[in-house]
Ligand binder design. Structure first.
Ligand code: SF4
Length: 376
């Protein structure tokens, strides 16, 4: 059975204590930082913490290892940088992922800005409940976890969909945010405590017909590392980098701005080809098929480091490989082709399943996994 997740997500106002200090998560508007903000974040991460910077699967940015006694200082600095929501309550509602290749002045940008303005109109929602704004020419976010989706519809309309439904409601663009807020209120009114996400909710609750008037498309094209129309896309291995490497990257290429993506990558606006050993620059890189949580010592639930094993196994398995410090499976809370979970000092192996599923083998050492040809 899936272990219970924490009932809340860290923010800047609500940092989470971890094995290496506080985790302070920022939710930059439009998932975009100016070059100067990016450089200032590197300085803050170093001055107040371990320098570790992470990109989350919701296109947010988090600083790890922040020292408790310096928390107020970092909060004031983030406020001065314009990277904080007005209040903790607004921050907790600020859960939207935007297809990252939006253009200046586009419908994506207009709707995102309207959504931010209207955050106070949202009902109280579970911490992980989120919105996806995917109204660009190409659909990008079909595989990104979200509860209410706004997608491109016919003739410039917007399809507002409950995640898990095959159809949505087509509305003129001006009405899209109103419709998304209305659907969130329907969820909140009909929700039951154990259904924290829309898809689970629809297993027991019938979605009213008004929300199912037009079929969705199945097309999906996430942005892979490499060149793109708006700048070079760089994968961040395991979603984690540090202030030194990020600063070096920004100073060498001086992008107009940095965009964060839900695929744990960065887009450096206006840049051409980039060569760097610290980021993933090619869509064929085998690390892209490997997921691993921070493990020990960053996480108090872990007894072992996970990413060295994950790196060593990159390219040795077919499909997605997930190495997890415990059965919660934070890095990949869904099925993978191969999952290795640390339990009682050894690894357990799960094939085509989640980290909390019954393993097919237990008691494996890292050496055995690395050196035997018949384990994976
Ligand atoms: S999966 Fe990894 S990061 Fe998540 S709680 Fe377990 S050890 Fe910690």
């Amino acid at each position: 059975m899936r272990p219970l997740a924490k009932g809340w997500c860290p923010g800047a106002y609500t940092p989470m204590a971890s094995g290496d200090g506080l985790i302070v998560r920022l939710r930059p508007r439009l998932s975009r930082l100016s070059l100067q903000q990016g450089l200032d974040i590197c300085d803050l991460a170093e001055r107040h913490g371990t320098g570790v910077i992470e990109i989350t699967s919701k296109a947010n940015l988090q600083l790890r290892g922040i020292r408790q006694e310096q928390y107020e200082d970092i909060l004031n600095a983030l406020l001065a940088l314009g990277l904080l929501d007005e209040t903790a309550e607004i921050e907790s509602r600020h859960n939207i992922v935007l297809a990252p290749d939006w253009e200046q002045g586009s419908l994506s940008q207009t709707l995102a800005e309207e959504f931010y303005e209207r955050l106070p109109e949202l009902p109280e929602l579970p911490a992980k409940f989120s919105f996806a704004l995917d109204v660009g020419k190409t659909r990008r976010l079909a595989a990104v976890s979200s509860d209410i989706r706004m997608e491109q519809s016919e003739n410039g309309a917007v399809l507002v969909c409950a995640d898990g439904a095959e159809m949505g409601l087509s509305v003129p663009p001006n009405d899209a945010i109103t419709a998304a807020i209305k659907l969130a209120h329907w969820f909140a009114k009909t929700g039951v405590a154990e259904h924290k996400r829309m898809q689970a909710h629809l297993q027991t609750q019938v979605l009213p017909d008004e929300w199912q008037t037009q079929a969705r498309t199945s097309h999906d094209a996430p942005l892979a590392p490499g060149p793109s129309d708006i700048g070079f896309v760089l994968g961040v291995p395991f979603g984690q980098t540090d202030s030194k490497h990020l600063r070096q990257l920004l100073l060498s290429h001086t992008p107009r701005a940095i965009r964060l993506t839900p695929w744990r990558s960065l887009i450096l606006e206006g840049t051409g080809h980039i060569k760097t050993p610290h980021f993933i620059v090619n869509h064929t890189d085998t690390l892209l098929a490997v997921q691993a949580c921070p493990g020990a010592p960053s996480c108090t639930s872990a007894t072992v480091e996970t990413r060295n094993l994950a790196r060593a196994l990159a390219g040795q398995t077919s499909g997605i490989l997930h190495v997890s410090g415990c059965s919660k499976g934070c890095a990949h809370p869904k099925a993978a082709d191969i999952t290795l979970v640390r339990e009682n000092g050894q690894f357990s192996l799960i094939k085509k399943g989640c980290s909390w599923d019954e393993p097919s083998r237990k008691g494996l050492s890292a050496d055995e996994i690395l050196n035997s040809t018949d384990v994976l």
